[in-house]
Design a protein around this ligand. Structure first.
Ligand code: NAD
Length: 278
């Protein structure tokens, strides 16, 4: 297996460009899924307080026998904890559940315009504390639009290292990706497979047949070649192994373009400008 590339973030830290996402993995299935992934060579796990499985992620990491420093762990602040003291408490809870003294990356999960007066700026300043203390090696945001990012840029000191947003062939997000590129904010593409919805697309199936790869592998490779960070979710051992086997082939520029033009601005998840976190 060819090794997973690292991306260097705007603070000099590196992040493996590929990992495992554990959204909607039941706590009872999480240790097995994360263990299978670590055995297959994954070194990056994306969880969140809201996924309810941080403790199981931590347990799988401990059981793996790997050094903590070999694994990149991301978690995210719960939507009910944007108030500064609640955010501090929630972060303690995350570290405790994961059984670690630090996370590699900590994110504000949603901007929540309709709650807390939309005041994610104060929340961000608390994440800056975690960063200065070294308990979050990098800090970032998720589901932020350019207008949210401009506020952080104008009113806070540390720029987000990443913006984790929904991206897949039916939602290519090219404007937001370009904005983030211009501001040195790396893109993490959530629901990279559109939660499976893009895998039957005839254009993707045809490229996969030609490449001798599966549609999931072709879509993940498309993300990698666009430079985004991905962490597809699966609990199925064969799929966990299939999804990481994407570093031994390349799509042509024409294939990348043929997938990009499938965009229909179609979300599988909520619109960040409307979602109130409930
Ligand atoms: P995804 O696009 O990774 O799709 C997962 C689904 O695709 C699986 O349930 C399975 O049905 C299917 N699948 C996976 N591998 C497959 C394969 N090889 N062949 C066929 N089908 C396959 O969707 P996701 O879980 O929503 O997104 C991935 C990760 O992104 C999450 O686990 C989470 O870490 C993150 N995420 C973040 C946010 C956010 O608001 N920040 C929101 C959603 C997801």
């Amino acid at each position: 297996m060819t090794s997973i590339p690292d991306i260097t973030l705007n603070n000099g830290q590196t992040i493996p460009q590929f990992g495992l996402g554990v959204f909607q993995i039941e706590p009872k299935d999480t240790v097995a899924a994360v263990s299978t992934a670590l055995e297959a060579g994954y070194r990056h796990i994306d969880t969140a307080e809201m996924y309810g499985n941080e403790a199981e992620v931590g347990e799988a990491i401990t059981r793996s026998g790997l050094d903590r420093g070999e694994i990149f762990v991301t978690s995210k602040l719960g939507n009910d904890a944007h108030e500064p003291d609640e955010a501090r408490q929630a972060f303690e809870g995350t570290l405790k559940a994961l059984g670690t003294g630090y996370v590699d990356l900590f994110l504000i999960h949603w901007p929540l315009p309709a709650r807390y007066g939309g005041d994610f700026v104060q929340t961000w300043q608390v994440l800056e504390e975690f960063y200065r203390e070294g308990r979050a090696r990098s800090i970032g945001v998720s589901n932020f639009q350019p207008h949210h990012l401009r506020r952080l840029h104008g009113e806070t000191q540390i720029p987000p290292a990443v913006n984790q947003i929904e991206v897949h062939p039916y939602l290519t997000q090219d404007d937001l990706r370009a904005f983030c590129a211009e501001h040195q904010i790396a893109i993490e593409a959530w629901s990279p497979l559109g939660q499976g919805s893009v895998l039957d697309d005839p254009a993707i199936v045809s490229i996969a047949e030609r490449a001798g790869k599966t549609p999931a592998q072709v879509v993940l490779r498309w993300h990698i070649q666009r430079g985004d960070i991905v962490f597809p979710k699966s609990v199925t051992p064969d799929r966990i192994r299939e999804n990481i086997a994407i570093f031994d082939f390349e799509l042509s520029a024409a294939d990348v373009e043929d997938i990009t033009v499938l965009n229909k601005d179609e979300r599988t998840g909520p619109d960040p400008d409307k979602f109130d976190g409930r």
